[in-house]
Design a protein around this ligand. Structure first.
Ligand code: C2E
Ligand code: CA
Ligand code: CA
Ligand code: CA
Length: 274
């Protein structure tokens, strides 16, 4: 039988390992950001619900380490956020995204933005610089922010969002339904779109409770003039139910995994009637 003391020792060792791993990831990521050749951005198609045409793509950071191989953003994004490296990493992703956006005018390029980035008073100006440098249109850019920003009292974040949005950039609320906020918070920030989290979408089947939840989210969003994207769509049945519920945009492995920039350009070219 393990004594309380032993359990505490095991826990301590475990925490030490976790901290050690985080420190390693941080040091390796700092190095990766110096030359950026281990880093890339992949793009996952966004598909119109009614026509099933590719209307845009979401940018997703990728890291291929020479020794450790592919490291998931689920692991390195939180480390980047806690260490401040997210500023440089986020800038890298935005630059690649704007470069793509300039190549494919008329398609929406959605980019994940951390709360840390939004709290930087220079953030909006940096986005405008990148749009100008690359020639991407502001109206083709969508910034995905998480629900946690709605609980953030930071005046700077709200100011950044207002400045960005007044230039025609769209704002999407990511992972909707997973946080502590509710639709009532949406009134605090100008939001053009919400993205229904995969955890709801994956449970969509006729007769399941999640159908009612998703229906309620879509109805309320539309009443507030907000568009809806369902993420993590993997089956035709899910896409079908979402269509009946009035969803606007689909994203998920049913259509495509995230692909390299040249592959997304080819997909856009093969699907011209937006
Ligand atoms: P997210 O923003 O919710 O992005 C969607 C995630 O779901 C992506 O994982 C995507 O590959 C995955 N996905 C898409 N369709 C499906 C599907 O049909 N089934 C399943 N099982 N998964 C699907 P990924 O690329 O591993 O990214 C994970 C998270 O890391 C993202 O979640 C986002 O929160 C964060 N992230 C990725 N890139 C960036 C970035 O450049 N900046 C910031 N701040 N966060 C990023
Ligand atoms: Ca996202
Ligand atoms: Ca999401
Ligand atoms: Ca998600």
């Amino acid at each position: 039988k393990t004594s309380g003391r032993n359990r505490a020792v095991v826990y301590q060792e475990h925490m030490n390992e976790v901290l050690q791993l985080e420190r390693t990831i941080e040091a390796e990521l700092r190095e990766a950001l110096r030359t950026t050749d281990q880093l890339s951005v992949h793009f996952q198609p966004l598909v119109a619900q009614k026509t099933r045409k590719i209307v845009g793509a979401e940018a997703l950071a990728r890291w291929h380490h020479p020794k450790f191989g592919s490291i998931s953003p689920v692991k390195f994004i939180p480390v980047a956020e806690n260490s401040g490296l997210i500023e440089d990493l986020g800038d890298f992703v935005l630059r690649k995204s704007c470069a793509l956006g300039a190549e494919v005018p008329g398609r929406t390029i959605a980019v994940n933005i951390s709360t840390t980035q939004l709290r930087n008073p220079g953030f909006a100006a940096r986005v405008f610089d990148l749009l100008y440098e690359t020639g991407m249109r502001a109206t083709d850019l969508e910034l995905e922010i998480t629900e946690s920003i709605l609980l953030d009292d930071e005046h700077v974040s709200a100011q950044n969002l207002r400045t960005l949005r007044s230039s025609g950039i769209h704002i999407a609320l990511d992972d909707f339904g997973t946080g502590y906020s509710s639709l009532s918070y949406l009134r605090r920030y100008p939001v053009d779109r919400i993205k229904i989290d995969r955890s709801f979408v994956s449970q969509l089947s006729d007769g399941h409770d999640s159908v009612a939840i998703v229906q309620a989210i879509i109805t309320l969003a539309h009443a507030m003039n907000i568009q809806v994207t369902a993420e993590g769509v993997e089956t035709e049945e899910q896409a079908d139910i979402l269509g009946r519920l009035g969803n606007n945009t689909l994203q998920g492995y049913l259509f495509s995994r995230p692909v390299k920039a040249d592959e997304i350009v080819a997909k856009f070219a093969g699907d011209p009637e937006v």
